[in-house]
Design a binder for this molecule. Structure first.
Ligand SMILES: C[S@@+](CC[C@H](N)C(=O)[O-])C[C@H]1O[C@@H](n2cnc3c(N)ncnc32)[C@H](O)[C@@H]1O
Length: 345
């Protein structure tokens, strides 16, 4: 690296006393180098930029009862927090498979776990959708334990270039794997008003679905491309201008959630995963699923109940487990989490 490049790398400029934008948070984005600063952010109840705090770790490990020599699957690798804890339980004996659709974050997590000493002899990482769980079981054999921590990671939400949040300007993308499928911006170009209204209702129970769908389609009919996160947020704000600010904010959150579910076919792939799951588990194999909204939880609950009635699962969670009040207070992203489990007969 020449001198000029070194200078350019060091000069991270931001206004005020603290970095606010994602890219400016250079300390949080290098947790290995600035461990103390990152610890302070976590202590304040925040999630450092570029990181994800795993939810219900204790509860998940208590249920999965992982012992050295077992074979398991983490169906949603993310930042690798749960993966790391499961690897510790294996104590370098057995094997863990970990998958994720995200083509951007997966290599970063893989590198991080390799640096911690978890290479291919104990951990196999693959970029794939968990709806294809039947493909990995051919290679891996039946699993003694499976974990799925649904939804999105903090790294995905916080990175403005991924377009998951209206809090910062970015392309309206929302794909978990930006290399496949249509972005949310492209999806909006061809959707009808009825379909959009239905999507907002079904995927996020949006009470203002009719007004929002009408406003979005009216912009598109004028020939306007809704290509950024803040552009969509502004349309929603204008459509609901007579509502309270906090209500408008909730509607924005629900609309982004509904679009994300749609562009990633989240309900369809979860259904497929749940259908295939029993055939991938060994006898007595344990599965834990962490969900973050009612649509997901309903699908998990229904599937577990049906397979329990059919004798495929010998035991299922009578009620969902919620994160402790301490975890909910220190991590806002844990507040809506529900953990359900099942044990194969
Ligand atoms: C909540 S995060 C997981 C965080 C992880 N448990 C940790 O401790 O770091 C959810 C992850 O699941 C991935 N994901 C969502 N749907 C998926 C699917 N259908 N197949 C595979 N991965 C998926 C997302 O890309 C994201 O990385």
């Amino acid at each position: 690296m020449n001198n000029q490049e070194q200078k350019r790398q060091r000069r991270i400029r931001y206004k005020g006393t603290h970095p606010k934008a994602f890219k400016e948070k250079y300390k949080e984005l290098q947790p290995e180098k600035y461990a103390d600063d990152v610890a302070k952010v976590i202590q304040k109840g925040n999630t450092p930029a570029g990181m994800h705090r795993s939810i219900c770790v204790k509860e998940i490990l208590k249920f999965l009862q992982i012992t050295p020599g077992q074979t398991g699957l983490d169906a949603t690798l993310g930042y690798g927090g749960h993966t790391l804890e499961m690897l510790k339980c294996l104590n370098l004996k057995g094997h863990l498979y970990a998958i994720d659709v995200d083509s951007i974050e997966l290599p970063r997590t893989q590198e991080r776990l390799e640096r911690l000493g978890y290479g291919p002899e104990i951990l196999t990482i693959k970029q794939m959708n968990f709806s294809n769980i039947d493909q990995i079981v051919f290679e891996a054999g039946p699993f003694n334990f499976v974990l799925a921590d649904l939804g999105v990671s903090s790294m995905q939400i916080d990175n403005p270039e991924r377009g998951f949040s209206f809090k910062s300007e970015g392309p309206l993308d929302l794909r978990l794997n930006p290399k496949r499928g249509k972005s949310a911006a492209e999806r909006l170009k061809t959707i009808s008003q009825d379909e959009l209204q239905g999507m907002l209702l079904e995927n996020a129970d949006e009470p203002n679905s009719a007004a929002i769908a009408r406003a979005i389609i009216s912009e598109i009919k004028k020939g306007i491309d809704i290509s950024t996160t803040t552009q969509l947020q502004q349309i929603i704000k204008d459509a609901l201008k007579n509502n309270r600010d906090d209500e408008i904010k909730k509607s924005c959150q629900r609309c982004f959630q509904a679009l994300r579910i749609d562009v990633n076919n989240e309900f369809e792939v979860l259904y497929e995963f749940l259908e295939k799951l029993p055939n991938t588990l060994a006898e007595g194999g344990r599965v834990a699923i962490l969900s973050f909204h009612s649509g997901e939880d309903r699908l998990v609950k229904k599937s577990f109940k049906r397979f329990f009635r059919e004798g495929v699962y010998r035991e299922i969670a009578p009620e969902p487990i919620r994160p402790s009040s301490e975890e909910r207070n220190t991590n806002s992203r844990a507040r809506s989490a529900k953990l359900r489990w099942a044990i194969k007969a």
